[in-house]
Design a protein around this ligand. Structure first.
Ligand SMILES: [Zn+2]
Length: 87
C-alpha cells in the first residue's frame, strides 16, 4: 500500500467516524500555505451528504497535517437529520 493509499484510507475512516459519507477520491494538485505556487500531487474527496471537503496531502510542509479539510475537522451536518429519519 502506498502512502497515498494509506492516507486516503485514514481520511475516509476519520470522516466516516464524523458521520460523513465520502465519495471517491480524485487526484488533485495541492498547494501548501508556505509555498502556494508550488503544487504537488494530492487527493480530495467530498461528502455526499453535506459537501464537506477532505484533502490528502502526502508531502505537507513541516508541522502541517497530511489530512485536512472540513470532512475531518467537523461532524457531518447530515447526522441529526439521519438520526431523526431512522428514529
Ligand atoms: Zn458530511
Amino acid at each position: 500500500m502506498t502512502k497515498m493509499e494509506r492516507l486516503k484510507a485514514e481520511a475516509r475512516e476519520t470522516a466516516t467516524l464524523r458521520g460523513h459519507r465520502l465519495g471517491g477520491f480524485q487526484a488533485a494538485a495541492i498547494s501548501g500555505e508556505a509555498s502556494a505556487e508550488e503544487l504537488r500531487p494530492g487527493a480530495t474527496a467530498v461528502c455526499d451528504i453535506c459537501g464537506a471537503l477532505v484533502v490528502v496531502d502526502p508531502a505537507p510542509a513541516p508541522g502541517e497535517p497530511e489530512i485536512l479539510g472540513e470532512g475531518v475537522d467537523r461532524d457531518c451536518t447530515g447526522i441529526d437529520q439521519e438520526w431523526h429519519e431512522t428514529a
